[in-house]
Design a binder for this molecule. Structure first.
Ligand code: DPP
Ligand code: ZN
Length: 840
């Protein structure tokens, strides 16, 4: 496999003006006839005419009407082309039905659909499949399918025209027996846009929420970023077999059905929130991704980091900013910190790759979004939006780089962003230490920064780190409002003057920088901040630090659960001024994986079995400490009236279900069973089932759940996943294995595969079961899946990325599983790159 380097970028030899495509659909023999107008690129360094193409059967190819005398390999086509504009035409044959990789044109439940990002278009026809080649597409779809869709405007009769030049990765085609949920949106300049969500007939009752989320997203992007939609039509299609969450194809977004279909009976509050965020994300790509795209795939964070940042702003505005921030940081630590502190660490803008599909990572997306957030913090809101406006105006219609993006902000602020750019080029999570000093009314915080080595990067330069700091007095009043300390050196001190007494610092408020803060803080101070901090993120963070410390001492010193922690939780539970959603987050303890990483960082080899027991003991203690309060909380959090997925109602359900899960530890499941039986929405039903399964009294409920929902594949995904998630101690591998024999298990459906094996990877005690059965089972199935769907297999191999944390026995077994995958015959380049990087 070939490694590709950012530093080797060269402009394309030829550019494309127009592309005409005719599709003659057939499950195993679709013909694609292309007519592409090329012209020499004046900026190119050579005139090699090369088109990408994989798994295509070339029927014929012509240049300016004459046989092109094309030379074809497994990867592409070359031919002699003129040093002047010319027309390339070709006919190829492809087989959508047998395309189980779900890249290019494939079939899902009898319907044709496409996925072209990053490099799927080359599996449809010969083309310069790189994002810096943009063309105007006209598409004709021939076939008996009732509905035939492509990008842009509908010219009728299966013919489509997209007036906006676009790279091939944004091409889309859908054909099948679909029905639509229609609506309209009037843009800020008064243009009416037709909106549709296309689904299979039985799913028409699950479109209303997605449509509402789409309209709110369109409005929000006008109000906050001044971005208006630019076609008369916006289509969304739900597809069951899909590798990602969704795809932002111009005017024709294609969604994993799990990321768009919603109803109260079948979707949890978390599903509603995720669907709203993904709809917004794909819609926002219309400007940050489509109108302005990436020059090359190394620049992926240019569109993804920015668009994740934009969708997080949207969710914060639509719901609760504090809750959204806390949720994002939990996810960032769970996925991105884990990646950044292991063998797969890479910069937000990677410098090389073998398979670009392996770089749709938490680092590119979530750390990429954190970098945008830091930029906004450093330059302020006003200059941030000015810089964005300049970016949209200056680069509309272009394929850009991170340099182009940063230059806009340097221009509006006059600020040199050279040091800031290190956030894009240096991998690893910075460790920031802090020491305090107090003298004569002056309080000094001295920060030190250091980033551990990551693969290929042994030493790191100091970054610019915006750390938001506020100060409180003993009474819990704020004596110094939040100030941004811009840490730019290895050691950097900041003074706060004119104080009456030594304050209590609240550092990295709002998680203003994605760092690991190494702070000497005792549990009394943490409890104080949990009770008093005026910054909601740091209020939660103090509780989390307290819980982490308690759990670590339970693991390493066999300590009993700390009374100070239990008292602090009780105080939070009883504080009527707090948002129920926030309380639920305070009660969520650090995950087993978090604790394992924290132990490892502290020089202790984590034992997943012990962490499991500690987690159970702690929850049991919390339940006992709260036993008088739980019934009242549970009763107060019942939401009357018709279901609404809004943040307030969802928050009450979340907090009520925390109480339920604790109550189940005390009442043997009576209350949970009652809720399971009477629930009229999935949040309540699934929470009750989870509580019962965790208490090991859920077998009957699980059977009933299956019977009730066996015809709804998205709910049955949850059923598969729940059983593995809640399998006790080392039971998860056997549970997962048994589920692969269930008639409804289908490895070719990524959602179903992830439901079982994503849950296995997420069940820390089970995956790391001492006999190695978790490792062996996952390796077996990744090898099997790789033969059909390399992209999803490669992505799920990250379950092994933490292998060096563990004891010699476990390391040995994980190494063996990785070596076994590496040696498997015909392994894909995708999975090979991942296991090789993980092993190194
Ligand atoms: N569909 C993926 C996303 O929106 C890749 N663009 O992030
Ligand atoms: Zn995206």
């Amino acid at each position: 496999p070939l490694e590709i380097f950012l530093s080797d970028y060269t402009p394309p030899a030829y550019l494309v003006d127009t592309v005409e495509l005719v599709f003659k659909l057939h499950p195993t023999a679709t013909r694609v006839i292309s007519k592409i107008a090329f012209r020499p690129n004046p900026e190119a360094m050579d005139r090699t005419f090369y088109l990408h193409g994989e798994q295509l059967k070339l029927i014929w190819a012509k240049i300016d009407g004459k046989d092109a005398q094309a030379k074809v390999t497994d990867l592409g086509l070359t031919a002699q082309a003129p040093d002047a504009p010319f027309i390339f035409e070709a006919e190829v044959e492809i087989s959508p039905q047998t395309n189980t990789a779900l890249e290019g044109l494939y079939m899902s439940n009898g319907m044709y659909c496409t996925q072209c990002e990053a490099e799927g278009f080359r599996k449809i026809t010969y083309y310069p499949d790189r994002p810096d080649v943009m063309g105007v597409f006209t598409v004709t779809i021939e076939g008996d399918e009732k509905v035939k869709l492509s990008n842009g405007n509908d010219l009728g009769g299966g013919k489509w025209h997209d007036p906006w030049p676009k790279p091939a990765y944004l091409f889309a085609l859908v054909a099948g027996d679909l029905v639509n949920h229609p609506d309209t949106f009037t843009t800020m300049s008064g243009k009416e846009v037709e909106l549709n969500i296309w689904v299979r007939k039985g799913d028409l009752n699950k479109c209303a929420f997605g449509m509402d989320a789409l309209k709110r997203s369109m409005k929000w992007d006008e109000e906050v970023y001044g971005r208006e939609y630019d076609l008369d039509l916006f289509n969304i299609v739900a597809v069951d077999d899909f590798n990602m969450g969704a795809m932002e194809n111009k005017g024709l977004n294609i969604f994993n059905s799990s990321a768009v279909l919603a109803s109260p009976e079948t979707s949890t509050d978390a599903n509603f929130e995720r669907i709203e965020a993904i709809i917004a994300h794909e819609y926002f790509h219309n400007w940050t991704g489509n109108r302005i795209t990436c020059r090359d795939w190394f620049q992926l964070c240019l569109k993804e980091g920015l668009t994740v940042y934009r969708d997080s702003q949207f969710t914060a505005d639509e719901r609760s900013p504090a809750v959204k921030r806390i949720e994002d940081v939990i996810a960032l630590r769970a996925r991105q910190f884990r990646e950044d502190n292991g063998p797969l660490a890479h910069p937000v803008r990677p410098e090389s790759f073998v398979e670009i599909n392996n770089f749709y990572t938490a680092t590119v997306y979530e750390k990429g979004a954190e970098v945008i957030g830091m930029l906004k913090t450093l330059i302020g809101d006003e200059d941030y939006y000015k810089g964005c406006d300049l970016y949209f105006t200056r680069h509309d219609g272009q394929a850009c780089t991170i340099e182009d993006w940063l230059a806009c902000f340097e221009e509006v602020t006059g600020r040199d962003l050279t040091q800031f750019k290190l956030w894009y080029s240096q991998a690893g999570t910075p460790r920031v230490g802090v020491k305090e000093a107090w003298k004569d009314g002056t309080y000094t915080l001295t920060f030190t920064q250091h980033t551990p080595p990551t693969p290929g990067q042994d030493t790191k330069d100091p970054k610019v780190i915006p750390i938001a700091v506020g100060l409180l007095n003993d009474a819990g009043e704020e004596v110094h409002a939040t100030r941004i300390c811009e840490v730019t050196d290895e050691v950097h001190a900041f003074r706060f003057t004119g104080l009456d007494a030594k304050p209590v610092p609240s550092i990295n408020r709002g998680f203003s920088a994605p760092i690991i803060l190494e702070q000497d803080q005792d549990n009394a101070t943490r409890a104080f901040l949990l009770a008093n901090d005026t910054d909601p993120f740091n209020k939660w963070e103090a509780g989390r630090a307290l819980a982490r410390d308690v759990m670590i001492r339970m693991v390493t010193e066999d300590a009993t659960p700390d009374q100070a922690y239990l008292d602090a939780l009780l105080a939070v539970a009883r504080d009527d001024t707090l948002d129920p959603a926030f309380k639920a987050l305070v009660f969520s303890t650090p995950s087993a994986d978090d604790i394992a990483q924290a132990l490892f960082d502290g020089g202790v080899t984590p034992d997943p079995t012990k962490i499991y027991h500690v987690t159970q003991t702690l929850r049991q203690s919390v339940a006992h400490a709260m036993q008088d309060t739980l019934p009242r909380i549970y009763a107060e959090m019942q939401v009357d009236g018709p279901f609404s997925p809004d943040a307030e109602a969802a928050g009450k359900r979340a907090w009520g279900n925390v109480a339920l899960s604790l109550l189940t530890r005390l009442d043997g499941g009576a209350q949970a069973r009652a809720q399971f039986e009477s629930a009229d929405n999935m949040t309540q039903q699934l929470s009750a089932l989870g509580a019962l399964l965790r208490a090991e009294v859920g077998e009957d409920a699980s059977k009933a759940f299956y019977e009730q929902w066996k015809d709804d594949r998205l709910v049955i995904d949850k059923w598969f996943s729940m059983q593995v998630t809640y399998a006790k101690l080392a039971a998860a591998p056997a549970t997962a294995k048994a589920l692969t024999n269930h008639p409804d298990f289908d490895m070719t459906n990524p959602n179903r595969f992830r439901a079982v094996f994503g849950a296995l990877a997420g069940n820390t005690a089970g995956f790391h079961s001492p006999d190695g059965s978790g490792y062996a089972l996952l390796a077996d199935w990744l090898i099997k899946l790789d033969a059909k769907n390399p992209q999803t297999a490669a992505r799920m191999s990250t379950a092994f990325e933490t292998w060096k944390r563990y004891d010699a026995d476990r390391q040995g077994m994980m190494r063996e599983a990785l070596e076994r995958m590496k040696a498997a015959p015909n392994l894909s380049g995708d999975l090979l790159e991942m296991v090789t990087r993980i092993l190194n």
